[in-house]
Design a protein around this ligand. Structure first.
Ligand code: IPM
Ligand code: MG
Length: 372
Protein backbone atom coordinates (compact mmCIF):
# COMPACT_ATOMS: atom_id res chain seq x y z
CA UNK A 1 0.00 0.00 0.00
CA UNK A 2 1.95 3.02 -1.18
CA UNK A 3 0.87 6.54 -0.28
CA UNK A 4 -1.07 5.67 2.84
CA UNK A 5 -2.64 8.65 4.54
CA UNK A 6 -1.21 9.33 7.99
CA UNK A 7 -3.05 10.46 11.07
CA UNK A 8 -1.08 11.97 13.93
CA UNK A 9 -2.54 10.40 17.06
CA UNK A 10 -2.27 12.35 20.30
CA UNK A 11 -4.05 10.31 22.95
CA UNK A 12 -3.17 12.79 25.70
CA UNK A 13 -4.31 12.44 29.30
CA UNK A 14 -6.95 10.63 31.34
CA UNK A 15 -9.85 9.23 29.33
CA UNK A 16 -8.21 10.71 26.23
CA UNK A 17 -6.33 7.42 26.05
CA UNK A 18 -9.46 5.25 26.45
CA UNK A 19 -11.53 7.12 23.85
CA UNK A 20 -8.63 7.34 21.36
CA UNK A 21 -8.13 3.58 21.48
CA UNK A 22 -11.86 3.06 20.93
CA UNK A 23 -11.83 5.46 17.97
CA UNK A 24 -8.91 3.73 16.25
CA UNK A 25 -10.73 0.39 16.48
CA UNK A 26 -13.92 1.84 15.00
CA UNK A 27 -12.18 3.84 12.27
CA UNK A 28 -10.21 0.77 11.14
CA UNK A 29 -13.38 -1.34 11.01
CA UNK A 30 -15.28 1.34 9.08
CA UNK A 31 -12.45 1.71 6.56
CA UNK A 32 -12.46 -2.01 5.97
CA UNK A 33 -16.23 -2.12 5.61
CA UNK A 34 -16.17 0.75 3.12
CA UNK A 35 -13.35 -0.81 1.12
CA UNK A 36 -11.25 2.28 1.86
CA UNK A 37 -7.45 2.28 2.21
CA UNK A 38 -6.22 1.81 5.77
CA UNK A 39 -4.57 4.72 7.56
CA UNK A 40 -1.23 4.88 9.31
CA UNK A 41 -1.58 6.20 12.86
CA UNK A 42 1.53 7.90 14.19
CA UNK A 43 1.45 8.37 17.92
CA UNK A 44 2.74 11.60 19.44
CA UNK A 45 3.28 11.97 23.15
CA UNK A 46 1.72 15.16 24.55
CA UNK A 47 -0.21 16.45 27.52
CA UNK A 48 0.05 17.00 31.24
CA UNK A 49 1.59 13.60 31.99
CA UNK A 50 4.14 14.17 29.24
CA UNK A 51 4.91 17.59 30.75
CA UNK A 52 5.33 16.17 34.26
CA UNK A 53 7.61 13.41 33.01
CA UNK A 54 9.70 15.21 30.40
CA UNK A 55 9.31 18.96 31.01
CA UNK A 56 7.76 19.30 27.50
CA UNK A 57 4.00 19.55 26.89
CA UNK A 58 4.52 17.78 23.56
CA UNK A 59 7.37 15.59 22.30
CA UNK A 60 10.08 17.88 20.86
CA UNK A 61 9.39 16.87 17.24
CA UNK A 62 5.65 16.44 17.92
CA UNK A 63 4.36 19.69 16.45
CA UNK A 64 6.25 19.17 13.19
CA UNK A 65 5.08 15.58 12.92
CA UNK A 66 1.49 16.64 13.57
CA UNK A 67 1.82 19.27 10.85
CA UNK A 68 3.23 16.76 8.37
CA UNK A 69 0.37 14.27 8.87
CA UNK A 70 -2.76 14.36 6.70
CA UNK A 71 -4.92 14.85 9.78
CA UNK A 72 -4.54 15.00 13.55
CA UNK A 73 -6.65 13.12 16.09
CA UNK A 74 -6.55 14.15 19.74
CA UNK A 75 -8.14 12.37 22.72
CA UNK A 76 -8.07 14.89 25.57
CA UNK A 77 -5.37 16.95 27.24
CA UNK A 78 -4.93 18.41 30.70
CA UNK A 79 -4.96 17.28 34.32
CA UNK A 80 -6.04 19.69 37.05
CA UNK A 81 -3.23 18.46 39.29
CA UNK A 82 -0.50 19.51 36.83
CA UNK A 83 -0.24 23.24 36.10
CA UNK A 84 2.04 25.98 34.91
CA UNK A 85 3.32 28.44 37.50
CA UNK A 86 0.60 30.97 36.57
CA UNK A 87 -2.09 28.45 37.51
CA UNK A 88 -3.17 27.50 33.96
CA UNK A 89 -3.31 23.90 32.80
CA UNK A 90 -1.07 22.24 30.22
CA UNK A 91 -2.70 22.81 26.81
CA UNK A 92 -0.43 22.33 23.80
CA UNK A 93 -3.48 21.83 21.60
CA UNK A 94 -4.25 25.55 21.89
CA UNK A 95 -0.85 26.11 20.30
CA UNK A 96 -1.63 23.56 17.57
CA UNK A 97 -4.83 25.48 16.76
CA UNK A 98 -2.77 28.68 16.61
CA UNK A 99 0.18 27.28 14.65
CA UNK A 100 -1.91 25.42 12.06
CA UNK A 101 -4.57 28.14 11.77
CA UNK A 102 -7.45 25.83 12.76
CA UNK A 103 -9.97 28.67 12.82
CA UNK A 104 -13.15 26.66 12.14
CA UNK A 105 -14.19 24.73 15.26
CA UNK A 106 -17.14 22.64 14.07
CA UNK A 107 -19.21 21.33 16.98
CA UNK A 108 -22.29 19.39 15.86
CA UNK A 109 -25.09 18.99 18.41
CA UNK A 110 -27.69 16.38 17.57
CA UNK A 111 -30.37 14.59 19.58
CA UNK A 112 -30.43 10.79 19.35
CA UNK A 113 -33.41 8.60 20.27
CA UNK A 114 -33.05 6.85 23.65
CA UNK A 115 -30.26 9.24 24.67
CA UNK A 116 -31.22 11.61 27.48
CA UNK A 117 -33.35 14.54 26.45
CA UNK A 118 -32.72 17.21 29.05
CA UNK A 119 -35.66 19.39 28.01
CA UNK A 120 -39.23 18.22 28.56
CA UNK A 121 -40.53 19.75 25.33
CA UNK A 122 -40.92 16.95 22.73
CA UNK A 123 -39.43 19.18 20.04
CA UNK A 124 -36.07 18.66 21.75
CA UNK A 125 -35.93 15.29 19.96
CA UNK A 126 -35.26 17.20 16.73
CA UNK A 127 -32.26 19.24 17.92
CA UNK A 128 -29.72 19.31 15.11
CA UNK A 129 -27.35 22.28 14.99
CA UNK A 130 -23.71 23.16 14.61
CA UNK A 131 -21.85 25.56 16.85
CA UNK A 132 -19.07 27.04 14.76
CA UNK A 133 -16.48 28.25 17.22
CA UNK A 134 -13.64 30.39 15.92
CA UNK A 135 -10.69 28.59 17.46
CA UNK A 136 -7.49 30.62 17.06
CA UNK A 137 -8.18 34.14 18.28
CA UNK A 138 -11.05 35.88 20.11
CA UNK A 139 -10.58 35.79 23.85
CA UNK A 140 -8.32 32.74 23.50
CA UNK A 141 -5.76 34.84 21.61
CA UNK A 142 -3.58 35.33 24.65
CA UNK A 143 -4.12 31.74 25.80
CA UNK A 144 -3.15 30.23 22.43
CA UNK A 145 0.54 30.69 23.03
CA UNK A 146 1.61 30.55 26.62
CA UNK A 147 2.99 33.90 27.82
CA UNK A 148 0.77 36.21 25.75
CA UNK A 149 -1.21 37.44 28.77
CA UNK A 150 -0.05 40.72 30.23
CA UNK A 151 0.79 40.08 33.85
CA UNK A 152 1.37 43.21 35.88
CA UNK A 153 3.05 42.01 39.04
CA UNK A 154 0.54 40.53 41.40
CA UNK A 155 -1.95 43.35 40.94
CA UNK A 156 -3.45 42.96 37.47
CA UNK A 157 -3.68 40.55 34.55
CA UNK A 158 -4.91 41.42 31.05
CA UNK A 159 -6.02 39.01 28.34
CA UNK A 160 -6.67 40.29 24.84
CA UNK A 161 -9.76 39.62 22.71
CA UNK A 162 -8.53 39.76 19.15
CA UNK A 163 -10.69 39.73 16.02
CA UNK A 164 -8.91 39.92 12.67
CA UNK A 165 -10.50 40.55 9.29
CA UNK A 166 -8.60 37.69 7.59
CA UNK A 167 -9.71 34.99 10.02
CA UNK A 168 -13.24 36.34 10.42
CA UNK A 169 -13.88 36.46 6.67
CA UNK A 170 -12.77 32.83 6.37
CA UNK A 171 -14.85 31.84 9.39
CA UNK A 172 -18.07 33.41 8.07
CA UNK A 173 -17.57 31.91 4.61
CA UNK A 174 -17.06 28.53 6.28
CA UNK A 175 -20.31 29.05 8.23
CA UNK A 176 -22.34 29.87 5.12
CA UNK A 177 -20.86 26.97 3.14
CA UNK A 178 -21.65 24.62 5.99
CA UNK A 179 -25.24 25.93 6.07
CA UNK A 180 -25.48 25.29 2.32
CA UNK A 181 -24.29 21.69 2.71
CA UNK A 182 -26.72 21.13 5.58
CA UNK A 183 -29.57 22.76 3.63
CA UNK A 184 -28.99 20.28 0.81
CA UNK A 185 -29.72 17.56 3.39
CA UNK A 186 -32.89 19.22 4.70
CA UNK A 187 -31.71 21.74 7.32
CA UNK A 188 -33.33 25.20 7.34
CA UNK A 189 -30.28 26.96 5.86
CA UNK A 190 -29.65 29.74 8.35
CA UNK A 191 -26.48 31.19 9.88
CA UNK A 192 -26.90 33.05 13.16
CA UNK A 193 -24.17 35.54 14.02
CA UNK A 194 -23.74 35.25 17.80
CA UNK A 195 -21.86 38.19 19.29
CA UNK A 196 -21.99 41.04 21.75
CA UNK A 197 -22.01 43.78 19.13
CA UNK A 198 -24.08 46.04 21.37
CA UNK A 199 -21.12 46.55 23.70
CA UNK A 200 -17.74 45.60 22.20
CA UNK A 201 -16.11 47.23 19.19
CA UNK A 202 -14.42 43.91 18.40
CA UNK A 203 -17.82 42.21 18.24
CA UNK A 204 -19.37 44.98 16.13
CA UNK A 205 -16.45 44.36 13.74
CA UNK A 206 -17.20 40.60 13.79
CA UNK A 207 -20.82 41.36 12.83
CA UNK A 208 -19.82 43.91 10.19
CA UNK A 209 -17.72 41.25 8.44
CA UNK A 210 -20.62 38.78 8.70
CA UNK A 211 -22.79 41.34 6.89
CA UNK A 212 -20.15 41.79 4.20
CA UNK A 213 -19.88 38.04 3.54
CA UNK A 214 -23.58 37.10 3.78
CA UNK A 215 -24.61 38.49 0.33
CA UNK A 216 -22.24 35.93 -1.29
CA UNK A 217 -24.73 33.29 -0.11
CA UNK A 218 -28.18 34.60 -1.09
CA UNK A 219 -29.90 31.22 -0.50
CA UNK A 220 -28.96 31.17 3.20
CA UNK A 221 -30.97 33.12 5.80
CA UNK A 222 -29.31 35.54 8.19
CA UNK A 223 -30.04 35.84 11.91
CA UNK A 224 -28.40 37.71 14.76
CA UNK A 225 -28.26 37.09 18.50
CA UNK A 226 -26.37 38.62 21.35
CA UNK A 227 -24.59 35.84 23.17
CA UNK A 228 -26.58 36.24 26.40
CA UNK A 229 -29.87 36.00 24.51
CA UNK A 230 -28.49 33.05 22.55
CA UNK A 231 -27.84 31.21 25.82
CA UNK A 232 -31.51 31.73 26.68
CA UNK A 233 -32.62 30.62 23.21
CA UNK A 234 -30.59 27.43 23.44
CA UNK A 235 -32.78 26.45 26.40
CA UNK A 236 -36.02 27.98 25.12
CA UNK A 237 -36.00 26.70 21.52
CA UNK A 238 -32.79 24.88 20.56
CA UNK A 239 -34.60 23.01 17.75
CA UNK A 240 -34.73 26.32 15.84
CA UNK A 241 -30.93 26.62 15.63
CA UNK A 242 -29.06 25.61 12.47
CA UNK A 243 -25.50 27.04 12.20
CA UNK A 244 -24.40 29.42 14.97
CA UNK A 245 -21.13 31.25 14.30
CA UNK A 246 -19.24 32.92 17.11
CA UNK A 247 -16.02 34.04 18.76
CA UNK A 248 -13.77 31.49 20.49
CA UNK A 249 -14.74 31.90 24.16
CA UNK A 250 -18.47 32.19 23.43
CA UNK A 251 -18.17 28.98 21.40
CA UNK A 252 -16.31 27.20 24.18
CA UNK A 253 -19.10 28.00 26.63
CA UNK A 254 -22.13 27.53 24.41
CA UNK A 255 -20.84 24.25 22.97
CA UNK A 256 -20.81 22.74 26.47
CA UNK A 257 -24.30 24.07 27.10
CA UNK A 258 -25.55 22.65 23.80
CA UNK A 259 -23.78 19.32 24.46
CA UNK A 260 -25.71 19.11 27.71
CA UNK A 261 -29.02 19.47 25.87
CA UNK A 262 -28.49 16.20 24.01
CA UNK A 263 -27.05 14.13 26.83
CA UNK A 264 -23.65 15.36 27.88
CA UNK A 265 -20.09 15.97 26.79
CA UNK A 266 -19.74 12.32 25.80
CA UNK A 267 -21.67 13.17 22.63
CA UNK A 268 -19.78 16.40 21.83
CA UNK A 269 -17.76 15.77 18.67
CA UNK A 270 -15.49 18.41 17.20
CA UNK A 271 -13.52 19.14 14.04
CA UNK A 272 -11.02 22.00 13.96
CA UNK A 273 -10.29 22.93 10.40
CA UNK A 274 -7.88 25.37 8.79
CA UNK A 275 -6.79 26.00 5.21
CA UNK A 276 -4.24 23.16 5.19
CA UNK A 277 -4.72 21.17 8.39
CA UNK A 278 -7.48 19.49 10.36
CA UNK A 279 -7.54 18.37 13.99
CA UNK A 280 -10.31 16.17 15.35
CA UNK A 281 -11.08 15.79 19.03
CA UNK A 282 -14.02 15.24 21.34
CA UNK A 283 -14.87 18.56 22.98
CA UNK A 284 -14.78 16.99 26.45
CA UNK A 285 -11.85 16.97 28.84
CA UNK A 286 -9.69 14.21 30.32
CA UNK A 287 -12.10 13.31 33.19
CA UNK A 288 -9.33 12.01 35.47
CA UNK A 289 -11.95 10.81 38.01
CA UNK A 290 -12.96 7.98 35.65
CA UNK A 291 -9.74 7.44 33.70
CA UNK A 292 -8.66 3.88 33.03
CA UNK A 293 -11.90 2.49 34.53
CA UNK A 294 -13.67 1.63 31.29
CA UNK A 295 -16.42 4.12 32.13
CA UNK A 296 -15.95 6.89 29.55
CA UNK A 297 -18.46 7.37 26.74
CA UNK A 298 -16.33 7.08 23.58
CA UNK A 299 -19.01 8.36 21.21
CA UNK A 300 -17.84 12.00 21.05
CA UNK A 301 -14.40 10.75 20.05
CA UNK A 302 -15.77 8.17 17.61
CA UNK A 303 -18.04 10.75 15.96
CA UNK A 304 -14.99 13.04 15.71
CA UNK A 305 -13.30 10.13 13.94
CA UNK A 306 -16.17 10.14 11.41
CA UNK A 307 -15.58 13.87 10.87
CA UNK A 308 -11.89 13.10 10.30
CA UNK A 309 -12.78 10.56 7.60
CA UNK A 310 -15.05 13.08 5.91
CA UNK A 311 -12.23 15.61 5.95
CA UNK A 312 -9.74 13.13 4.47
CA UNK A 313 -12.22 12.30 1.72
CA UNK A 314 -12.39 15.95 0.71
CA UNK A 315 -8.68 16.54 1.11
CA UNK A 316 -7.52 13.47 -0.78
CA UNK A 317 -10.46 12.95 -3.13
CA UNK A 318 -10.87 9.36 -1.93
CA UNK A 319 -14.63 8.94 -1.78
CA UNK A 320 -14.46 5.70 0.21
CA UNK A 321 -13.17 7.64 3.24
CA UNK A 322 -16.48 9.52 3.29
CA UNK A 323 -18.33 6.19 3.03
CA UNK A 324 -16.39 4.93 6.06
CA UNK A 325 -17.44 8.06 7.97
CA UNK A 326 -21.05 7.41 7.01
CA UNK A 327 -20.80 3.83 8.26
CA UNK A 328 -19.82 5.18 11.67
CA UNK A 329 -22.60 7.77 11.77
CA UNK A 330 -25.11 5.21 10.61
CA UNK A 331 -24.01 2.71 13.26
CA UNK A 332 -24.42 5.33 16.00
CA UNK A 333 -27.87 6.29 14.68
CA UNK A 334 -28.98 2.67 14.37
CA UNK A 335 -27.49 1.77 17.75
CA UNK A 336 -29.42 4.49 19.60
CA UNK A 337 -32.57 3.79 17.63
CA UNK A 338 -32.54 0.15 18.76
CA UNK A 339 -31.41 1.10 22.29
CA UNK A 340 -28.26 -0.95 21.80
CA UNK A 341 -26.03 1.94 22.92
CA UNK A 342 -26.43 2.65 26.64
CA UNK A 343 -23.33 4.55 27.84
CA UNK A 344 -22.70 4.75 31.58
CA UNK A 345 -22.56 8.52 31.17
CA UNK A 346 -26.34 8.37 30.73
CA UNK A 347 -26.90 5.93 33.58
CA UNK A 348 -26.62 2.96 31.23
CA UNK A 349 -24.84 -0.32 31.73
CA UNK A 350 -22.19 0.00 29.00
CA UNK A 351 -18.61 1.06 29.53
CA UNK A 352 -16.15 2.23 26.90
CA UNK A 353 -15.36 -1.25 25.67
CA UNK A 354 -18.98 -2.44 25.55
CA UNK A 355 -20.07 0.62 23.53
CA UNK A 356 -17.15 0.13 21.15
CA UNK A 357 -17.76 -3.59 20.70
CA UNK A 358 -21.46 -2.97 20.06
CA UNK A 359 -20.59 -0.40 17.40
CA UNK A 360 -18.17 -2.85 15.80
CA UNK A 361 -20.94 -5.40 15.40
CA UNK A 362 -23.32 -2.74 14.05
CA UNK A 363 -20.71 -1.80 11.45
CA UNK A 364 -20.11 -5.45 10.61
CA UNK A 365 -23.86 -6.02 10.18
CA UNK A 366 -25.16 -5.84 6.65
CA UNK A 367 -27.45 -2.82 6.66
CA UNK A 368 -25.90 -0.12 4.45
CA UNK A 369 -25.91 3.52 5.52
CA UNK A 370 -28.85 5.37 3.98
CA UNK A 371 -26.57 7.63 2.02
CA UNK A 372 -23.84 5.12 1.09
C1 IPM B 1 -12.52 22.57 24.44
C2 IPM B 1 -11.78 22.52 25.75
C3 IPM B 1 -10.45 23.25 25.61
C4 IPM B 1 -10.74 24.67 25.19
C5 IPM B 1 -9.59 23.25 26.90
C6 IPM B 1 -9.36 21.86 27.40
C7 IPM B 1 -8.30 23.98 26.70
O1 IPM B 1 -12.55 23.07 26.76
O2 IPM B 1 -11.99 22.05 23.44
O3 IPM B 1 -13.62 23.10 24.41
O4 IPM B 1 -11.05 25.51 26.03
O5 IPM B 1 -10.69 24.96 24.00
MG1 MG C 1 -14.54 23.58 26.19
Amino acid sequence: MENRQTVALIKGDGIGVDVSNATVRIVNAALEKAGAPQLTFEEINAGATCFAETGHDIAPDGEDRAGAADAIFLGAIGLPSIRHEDGTEISPHLRLRDRFGLYAGVRPVKAYPNAPQRLADPRAASIDMVILRESTEGLFYSAAAHGRSQIIGDSEVRDTLRITRTTTEKLHRFAFRLAQKRKARGAPGCVTCVDKANVFASMAFFRKIYDEIAPEFPNIDRAYAYVDAQALNLIRAPWEADVLVMENMFGDILSDLAGGLVGGMGMAACAEIGDNHGLFQPAHGSAPDIMGQDKANPLAAILSGALLLDYLAEKSDVESFAKAGQWIEHAVDAGFEANLLRPMEFGGDMGTDAVTTQLLSLIAADAAPKSA
